[in-house]
Design a protein around this ligand. Structure first.
Ligand code: APR
Length: 422
């Protein structure tokens, strides 16, 4: 035991070059980092660069033989780095900020901390609570959090006292503080396979010969959406509605996926591609895309007009077989197309939101973004990830999106180019 204290004070000659810490995934802390930054009013003393250094110190103090020690929960250490100052009122003597941070955790339990176990929440709470005290807890994760923050206090002129550090390593680095900055935190991008989420609308199928809705020759320019795409319209004139969808169902047999559909399917060979489409056609699947979420239903399916989400009533239905008045669903009600009409709940929206939230790259192709809740999905993409929108027409571009002002078939080639350069 005494041996390591002697080493504490032996001046070691260290080489100039930086020392590489194990690389950890940046994607794991993106959300908590931007949460910490949100509404941050205080300066840099306890701002982002401090949090990043506390994360680095925490990783440094958790190392043994170049690996993260098993008795240390590195996820808690990293989240502590970004959350411990979140409730600070000032940059100086705010001794209660740790306690406030611990209490704040319950407000983000099911968002930022949704992947934490209850034990990890308790650990993170203790780390926040204890870091403004002088208590050594004997819990390696909490003590590492304590020391990780203390080691950075030298920046505000408070040299960490080796005797007051909670861990052996902390005492060592407190005595050799110049060493800390030699350790550089480098994030690793996720494996080359990125989670790409693509929101598509009628525009992506326009070059396959399917009309969009709101362009000059769009369907809603020729037909009354309220009459043909609402439960009330179906109730009032079911034959007209069935004729409208039977025509669109049959038309699907006459069109083919285009280059844009095919390139997205191709992209799925290299990345985890999720297509969230407002389209009711099956061109994404026919192009080979394997993960397609239909928000507004599918022309290839039929369902009950009494309970349209009843899984026993949702059936594939041959496109060349018209749905006729009198055709019955499993529950004996009139058969209707499996389409989400205006005013009806979009049951796939939560799943879609989740994919957008977790995306590494988000792309929007061929939608006017005028129909909700689909259009709101753009708000769930992480502020820091690359975001693209492909549409030949000038329109309001959501914040942070790169506008590829091209048709879908031309635009996807430009997109692939952009992705290559990321
Ligand atoms: N390539 C890419 N985009 C195109 C192309 C093309 N070749 N042609 C047109 N667009 C764009 C238009 O500029 C427009 O922004 O596609 C968009 C089509 O918008 P809408 O017609 O409003 O279609 P969409 O956004 O998919 O509609 C949403 O409304 O009627 C409901 O349920 C229906 O799912 C649909 C929803």
């Amino acid at each position: 035991m005494i041996g390591w204290i002697k080493n504490l004070f032996k001046k070691k000659s260290v080489s100039k070059e930086s020392i590489q810490l194990p690389i950890l995934l940046e994607s794991d802390i993106l959300e908590v980092r931007s949460y910490a930054l949100k509404d941050w009013k205080l300066g840099e003393t306890h701002g982002l660069s401090h949090w990043q250094r506390v994360e680095r110190n925490g990783i440094l103090l958790s190392l043994e033989n170049g690996r993260i020690r098993e008795d240390i929960n590195i996820k808690v250490v990293r989240f502590f780095a970004y959350l411990h100052d979140k409730c600070r009122l000032n940059d100086w003597a705010d001794l209660e900020h740790g306690v406030r941070a611990a209490e704040m955790l319950s407000t983000i339990r099911y968002t930022i901390l949704k992947d934490f176990t209850d034990e990890e929440i308790a650990l993170l709470g203790k780390a926040c609570r204890y870091h403004t005290t002088e208590l050594r807890t004997g819990n390696p994760t909490i003590d590492v959090c304590f020391d990780a923050d203390r080691l950075d206090l030298c920046r505000v002129g408070i040299a960490p006292n080796p005797k007051r550090m909670a861990t052996k390593q902390g005492a060592y680095y407190a005595a050799n503080i110049y060493l800390v900055d030699k350790h550089v935190l480098k994030y690793e991008k996720k494996s080359l396979r990125q989670k790409i989420v693509v929101l598509t609308g009628a525009g992506i199928s326009a070059e396959s010969g399917l009309a969009t809705f709101r362009d000059s020759k769009g369907l809603w320019k020729q037909h009354d959406a309220k009459k043909l795409a609402s439960a009330a319209g179906f109730h009032e004139n079911p034959q007209a509605v069935l004729d409208f969808y039977n025509y669109r169902r049959k038309q699907l047999l006459e069109v083919e996926p285009n280059h844009a559909h095919k390139m997205l399917a191709e992209l799925g060979k290299w990345h985890d591609v999720t297509i969230i489409t407002q389209n009711v056609d099956n061109l994404h699947e026919r192009a080979g895309s394997t993960h397609v979420i239909h928000l507004h239903g599918e022309l290839t399916k039929v369902t009950s007009s009494k309970d349209r989400l009843n899984p026993h009533c949702i059936k594939d239905y041959p496109l060349d077989k018209p749905i006729c008045l009198g055709d019955k669903a499993e529950d004996g009600s009139q058969l209707r197309p499996f389409i989400v009409w205006f005013g009806e709940y979009v049951d796939a929206i939560e799943v879609a939101m989740d994919y957008v939230k977790k995306a590494d790259i988000f792309v929007v192709i061929g939608t006017s973004l005028t129909v909700h809740p689909a259009a709101n999905l753009v708000e769930y993409a992480h502020p820091e990830i690359p975001k693209f929108i492909i549409d030949p027409n000038t329109k309001e571009i959501p914040n942070g999106f790169v506008h590829i002002k091209e048709s879908a078939t031309k635009g996807v080639d430009k997109l692939i180019e952009e992705l290559r350069n990321l």
